[in-house]
Design a protein around this ligand. Sequence first.
Ligand code: SF4
Ligand code: SF4
Ligand code: SF4
Length: 206
Amino acid sequence: MSRQWAFYFDTQKCIGCHACVVSCRVRNDVGTKEAKWRRMEHVGEGSFPDYKETSVSMSCFHCATAPCRQVCPTHAIEKRERDGIVTVDQDKCIGCHYCAYACPFGACQYGDDGLLQKCHLCLGEGAGDGHGKPARQKPEDGGATAACVDNCVTEALKAGPINEILREASEEAANRYSESDVGPALVVEPVTQESHDSIETTDPTG
Ligand code: SF4
Ligand code: SF4
Ligand code: SF4
């Protein structure tokens, strides 16, 4: 593989605003309410009055080993050679949900047709405008930044080739990435006391 694309997430910067979730839905025209290619998880710790909550933005992490791909009986799931992005061929999917059982991150989603759909990293083609216009593939057009990344108001979420991501990450986050066994292409900054803001959030996508 020439290069693996990866996500970067900084727990200290995320304010749990759901802009990433909504922008993914718009960019990719995800029509069903149930299918969430990106979602927010809120991890709580402690009890009142010392309860703290951390927001974590989740999607498919385009795993090195792609367990979903390994169990798919119809070879509907591909891990692209050129960038490691894991894609789905819905013409081959039979909706058996084996991939959902194999995925450790709850990334496999299904539409009204019962077929697998999930984050495809905007295919590395940038956000576009979400209304049928071409993706912005060149830096002079705004770069090839995924919609969720493009719309993150605090730059808590980033995506790109793993060597670039690791250059920006803290040493602890980079070490965590190399220790990973399943191989999710995700570099995540550790939770600290500062990132434990008490945030009250509601999911606008329901
Ligand atoms: S996160 Fe889940 S759906 Fe995505 S590549 Fe890994 S196993 Fe497959
Ligand atoms: S639901 Fe579709 S993509 Fe998933 S394992 Fe079954 S055939 Fe493959
Ligand atoms: S990279 Fe694209 S498809 Fe994946 S969660 Fe972000 S907006 Fe959605």
